[in-house]
Design a protein. Structure first.
Length: 266
């Protein structure tokens, strides 16, 4: 378990709904506000695009999918929704922060987290009930918990909402490739070494590795060796058995942009 070094004031909990629009009303919290936005209708494969829209007041921050030493990663639970089988929360490239108490990954300005909702049966009613949990911080951390509900098909032609969601997806890192991404070059029970490749200069690259599912890592350390860009991490914790889902998510940020990918569980 990661050590949280920021103070906590308490939980802000509320239910915010707007059953007749493709977006919810804003849920107001100290230091910012949050809402859910969708494009209104799913595509032919049953995928409905949306976003968790997080507005931060000046000087406030929020976290990436794995903050690092401290922090509360954004979480989205849609299990009580109607005709929604899953929801995938995506993350734009974060920044590395060192506040003097801890080193963590996150965002120092307002950010939109794209979501893909999977609709179970086409043509059937859809109701999204999203249980949202995230942390927003200034000198203290405020855990924000709210329930956002909407019927996305009730306003399927809202051009402003569709444009906002499209912009959020456009801001995501590109998919990693053999020439722009990260591979594992060595590992043991205590540490892992990764090699980063990019069409640009990797001397100042940032590598963000997400734990979860029982995995925990230290902040990656950059090293240039034999013309290669290497990142090493210490393994703080790992599960006794490999999880069944996709793998370890990562983002690599360079002067040529950012890419995201998934590495196999170790």
């Amino acid at each position: 378990m990661k050590k949280t070094t920021v103070a906590v004031l308490g939980f802000l909990v509320a239910t915010t709904g707007n059953a007749f629009a493709s977006s919810t009303q804003w849920f107001e919290a100290q230091g910012g506000r949050v809402r859910l936005v969708t494009t209104g209708e799913p595509d032919a494969e049953g995928r409905l695009k949306g976003m968790l829209d997080i507005h931060l007041d000046k000087g406030w921050k929020t976290y990436w999918r794995d903050p690092g030493e401290a922090g509360v990663p954004p979480q989205l639970d849609t299990s009580t929704s109607t005709n929604v089988t899953a929801a995938e929360l995506n993350f734009p490239a974060p920044q590395r922060h060192d506040d003097g108490y801890s080193v963590w990954a996150g965002y120092n300005s307002s950010v939109a987290l794209p979501i893909i909702f999977h609709v179970g049966a086409q043509g059937k009613p859809v109701l999204i009930n999203a249980d949202v949990f995230l942390g927003i911080c200034e000198t203290i951390c405020i855990p924000v918990h709210t329930k956002l509900s909407l019927d996305p098909t009730s306003a399927p032609t809202d051009a402003a909402d569709a444009s906002s969601v499209a912009a959020a997806f456009d801001a995501l890192p590109m998919a990693a490739s053999p020439n722009f991404g990260v591979t594992i070059v060595s590992q043991d029970d205590k540490a892992i070494v990764f090699e980063a490749k990019s069409p640009g200069d990797t001397a100042k690259a940032e590598f963000f590795l997400a734990g979860g599912e029982g995995y925990s890592f230290t902040t990656p350390k950059l090293e240039q060796k034999d013309g290669k860009t290497l990142f090493s991490v210490e393994v703080l914790d790992r599960p006794t058995a490999k999880p069944a889902d996709s793998g370890l998510h990562y983002t690599l940020v360079t002067d040529k942009g950012a890419v995201s990918g998934v590495l196999p569980y170790l």
